[in-house]
Write a protein that binds this ligand. Structure first.
Ligand SMILES: O=C(NC/C=C/[C@H]1O[C@@H](Sc2ccncc2)[C@H](O)[C@@H]1O)c1cc([N+](=O)[O-])cc(O)c1O
Ligand SMILES: [Mg+2]
Length: 214
């Protein structure tokens, strides 16, 4: 039977990356997406912006919405301090299965928890299920029409604290207009746009970094 793109991406990692070396996993995926098949990873250009925000925030608790194949999960986790953890929510079980193998190849299983199911159901359970108090950093990269409702849900569930950072992918392409309008106009956020390009292309895209003011 025909393989899927995530399966081919995983094979490229297992073929070209060194086990236990997260940066080689990131490199192998970027090479696969540039040379063989485009895939919706945050990519190397926006990935550098992601790296700088993660390094600046130095988060202990991270939430990622939208794991896909685990590219940004590995990229973030490779920069976390020793006891820090990332919880990543993925709706599609096939993607979650691939992501777990990519994460294992990078040797980052101890820092990453892949949770399967819709963010709308899991966010209200974060405190009781995972003992999370608040998130220092949230990376939004899932369905674009879920960015705003999930942000409001995070607020309502008390999962954001003064200084929590939201970092959103694709605010230009495919675009998240309602989310952008909210974080740029709400008195509860201080927002900043990092202009870049859609992964592996010349089209404009960017990341929006928003600090929750409490
Ligand atoms: O559509 C995009 N991303 C949607 C991603 C969705 C990912 O998150 C879950 S959905 C979910 C739902 C609820 N809770 C957790 C995960 C899907 O199973 C997928 O793994 C996208 C598209 C383009 N593009 O160029 O078209 C570029 C990008 O960078 C993108 O991120
Ligand atoms: Mg994206």
């Amino acid at each position: 039977t025909q393989s899927t793109r995530p399966q081919r991406l995983l094979h490229a990692v297992q073929k070209n990356a060194t086990r236990g070396d997260p940066r080689s996993v990131v490199k192998a995926i970027d090479n696969f997406c540039r040379q063989k098949e485009w895939a919706m990873n945050v990519g190397d250009e926006k990935g550098c912006i992601l790296d700088s925000v993660v390094s600046e925030v130095n988060p202990v608790t991270v939430l990622e919405l939208g794991t896909y194949c685990g590219y940004s999960t590995v990229r973030i986790a490779s920069l976390l301090p020793p006891r820090a953890k990332i919880i990543t929510l993925e709706f599609n079980p096939d993607y979650a299965k691939i992501a777990r193998q990519v994460i294992a190849w990078a040797g980052l299983e101890d820092k990453i928890q892949v949770v399967e199911g819709p963010s709308g159901e899991w966010i209200p359970k974060m405190k009781e299920q995972f003992g999370v108090k608040t998130f220092d950093l949230v990376f939004l990269d899932h369905w674009k029409d879920r960015y705003l409702p999930d942000t409001k849900l995070l607020e309502d569930c008390g999962l954001l604290r003064k200084g929590s950072i939201l970092l959103a992918d694709n605010v230009i392409c495919p675009g998240t207009p309602d989310y952008l309008e909210y974080v740029r106009n709400s008195p509860r956020y201080k927002s900043q746009y990092f202009k870049s390009h859609l992964e592996y292309t010349k089209a404009e895209d960017g990341l929006e970094k928003s600090v929750f003011l409490g």
